[in-house]
Design a protein around this ligand. Sequence first.
Ligand code: CAO
Length: 416
Amino acid sequence: MSKALDHVKILDFTHVQSGPTCTQLLAWMGADVIKVERPGVGDATRKQLVDVEGADSLYFTMLNHNKRSLTLNSKTESGKEVLERLVKACDVLVENFAPGALDRMGFSWERIQELNPRMIMASVKGFGPGPYEDCKVYENVAQCAGGSASTTGFRDGLPLVTGAQIGDSGTGLHLAFGICAALLHREKSGRGQRVLAPMQDGVLNLCRVKLRDQQRLKAGPLKEYSQYGEGIPFGEATPRAGNDSGGGQPGRILKCKGWETDPDAYTYFITQAAVWEKICDVIGKPDWKENPDYATPPLRLPHLNEIFGAIEEWTMTKTKYEVMEICNPLDIPVGPILSMKELAEEPSLRETGTIVEVDHPERGPYLSVGCPVKLSDNDVVVERSPLLGEHSQQVLSEVLGYSDEEIAALREAGAV
Ligand code: CAO
């Protein structure tokens, strides 16, 4: 069966996390992804957070499945020639170098268009045009500059970064979306275009509801935030909301049985208005149904601490899984706090290919996260990441038509 993008060739000039996340997704959709890496060095993550001496790190392997690796020093004359031929042969160039690096290499957008007017050039940068456009940016910088850190954590604590890599992987997702749209557009226009995904913009997009709250502040306090019930005045900016639900239905993280020793024995619990009466019954407070203070969602808002306190007394008598089993049939929205260990061992995620075991010649079997988007005509088989330069010969001869002698000369010149 053909795959969604199996007619697409990607010149993958990405490194670290944001860009590689994007090209890995495109590879899983069937694209031929040729990862270009510096000879003898490669993507810096190959040697970061090493857990098996001499083997590519999990950081690298988990972000570079289903790709081919071509080593190329694009700053040498013959390396530049190879790169020119790659630009002509590929459909999309994806890069996340520091601002200006491609220009310095001699491959400005104008030059790329001259070489291949159908080329789509897709970039991740830390910031879009403006005062910070020349900055190098990493994950947590983007989380801080994109509004996530100021709105994450508890009101009386420091701003917090999240475990979800919304700056890097989140921006990689945004970029993949832009590339697919540009590919579709090229079918009509016959032309390529530039696609830019700044990390700050990507994080802000994911924090959209916090900008919503910023504007709602003008109309008065944010009543679904716990601080409203606690009588603490709001300042000028969207505050940190702890574990309060971001939607209109109040929710909190509550302790479950075993919380004293298990750091993940918690559940998320949402007091959805539609099931309020069922919640009262489940937690053994049927009289709350008649309590005038609790009759409607707005009346309950000033009492959320008391309400969640009572719910927690009940959840503490159950494991997080028991809470789920009891509440789900009643449509009470709850969610166990699952640890990475639990997720890694979850059989249903193995069955859907969301958690996969991959074999690697240097490190042996390891777990990875498979493709998180499932297309019915695009069965994804997760293949191990390439060793540095593993496909140099193959790509140079098959894709670019170099002879063995020419390839030997390129090696001699230190270009590949
Ligand atoms: N051949 C020759 N030179 C190469 C090469 C190759 N195959 N691949 C990379 N290089 C060169 C680049 O051209 C650049 O040279 P110049 O400094 O002379 O222009 C040099 O290697 C370093 O590239 P870089 O500046 O991109 O890398 P860095 O480690 O200094 O910075 C990062 C890393 C991520 C901060 C920066 O690339 C960046 O800001 N990227 C955009 C934002 C981003 O994606 N951040 C998220 C990264 S994941 O946390």
